[in-house]
Design a protein around this ligand. Sequence first.
Ligand code: URA
Length: 218
Amino acid sequence: MGNSTRQAWLKAMGVTVWERRDRPAASPEPLSEGADGDWDRLREEIRSCTQCPLHVGRTQTVFGVGPRSASWFFVGEAPGAEEDRQGEPFVGRAGRLLDAMLRALGLDRQEVFIANVLKCRPPGNRDPEPSEVASCLPFLRTQIAAVRPRVLVALGRFAAQSLLSTEQPLSRLRGGVHAYDGIPVIATYHPAYLLRRPADKAAAWADLKRARGIVHHE
Ligand code: URA
């Protein structure tokens, strides 16, 4: 992104000074690597899943996007109306904010992996039920095991609690570095929450910088 866009985002978050870090060029990879049969099988398993009642109301499942070699893996909650329609995570309003957050980090959407805990949309965007999380989480676990990113960024309470198998509130989970299967986990605010509470963008930016530090210094 242009410097002015990045500055606008940083300014919106109350950040006036930041350090520029150079990063390796993004590798021009396809969104999925079709040669991997296991990955294709997982995609098909998710596409045809009927394990929980959410399959009844979905337009389609939302597998996730990004290269298998991604260093960053962002985990959201569940598809919303637009994601259900397009079959891609974070393509609605919250997604546009996530894209801006990525650009502020010097990242392109194409170089990170983005997936949700739930692969189907809960009706009326209600909170996921524990039973739905329980049946869908193995898919996310398999995706994480395949990508083995340098950092997992949990967007919001559901993603953080599901990944870390805890009921602790996000307020307790933010600010530290956790681990999931040996992979560092940063918990931060969900972009949809930040749309409602822009004052918390500065805190979210601090979380993202912590994640960036992990990726760059691991
Ligand atoms: N919110 C999420 O948690 N995930 C999406 O894909 C879209 C909105």
